[in-house]
Design a protein. Structure first.
Length: 202
């Protein structure tokens, strides 16, 4: 009889625990959706990567009111304005997820835009080697981004067993850099989630 009562209590506690876990998880997802937390943390992470800042730059109301000329867009602003990134979101909102391949593709396109043409005919050569990539990175007017990309290029150049073109190897390094950074962003989001769940549990 005693063992039967203990079994019933154990089953009741387990069911209650599972039910509360589902309620808390649903509440956390509701809060994250309402506050667009995932998109905000993604913006923070990518802004930190590209500009060394944890948020997108915004013109002040006084600047807009006086009609002052807006400052040039940051790299993160250009990134989120790109049509490949806009296609991942809806209603003009920031996306909550960007793959490493998409990040590398968009970033390289931004680098090409910021780079003076290397060929006499005004076009960037199709078969881009390490020397061309080094010149393109050197022309970037962003010390934080340049400082991050130079070692990635050197790592791609020195990889003994890597296959593919110089551009492919460089983009692979960018993808790895992005993935590592997103691991850190995931840590930020998990700590925020834990704080939310802890507050809700009380």
């Amino acid at each position: 009889m005693l063992s039967s009562n203990m079994l019933e209590i154990a089953i009741g506690v387990t069911i209650t625990y599972l039910f509360m876990a589902l309620v808390v998880t649903a509440f956390n997802e509701l809060v994250a959706s309402f506050t667009k937390a995932r998109a905000k943390y993604l913006v923070m992470g990518i802004s930190k990567l590209l500009d060394g800042k944890s948020e997108l730059a915004k013109a002040s109301k006084s600047q807009r009111g006086r009609g002052e000329k807006a400052s040039p867009p940051t790299w993160a602003e250009q990134f989120f304005r790109h049509h490949l990134i806009n296609g991942l979101s809806r209603n003009g909102e920031k996306p909550s997820y960007v793959s490493s391949q998409t990040f590398a593709m968009v970033l390289f396109q931004l680098i090409r835009r910021a780079t003076p043409p290397q060929a006499p005919n005004g076009k960037i050569p199709g078969n881009i080697g390490f020397e061309e990539l080094e010149k393109m990175i050197g022309a970037i007017q962003n010390d934080d981004l340049k400082e991050a990309l130079v070692p990635l290029l050197e790592e791609a150049r020195s990889a003994l067993h890597a296959k593919g073109s110089a551009l492919k190897r460089f983009c692979d390094q960018i993808e790895t850099w992005y993935d590592h950074s997103m691991d850190r962003v995931s840590g930020w989001y998990k700590r925020r989630t834990q704080a939310t769940l802890l507050a809700f549990s009380f």
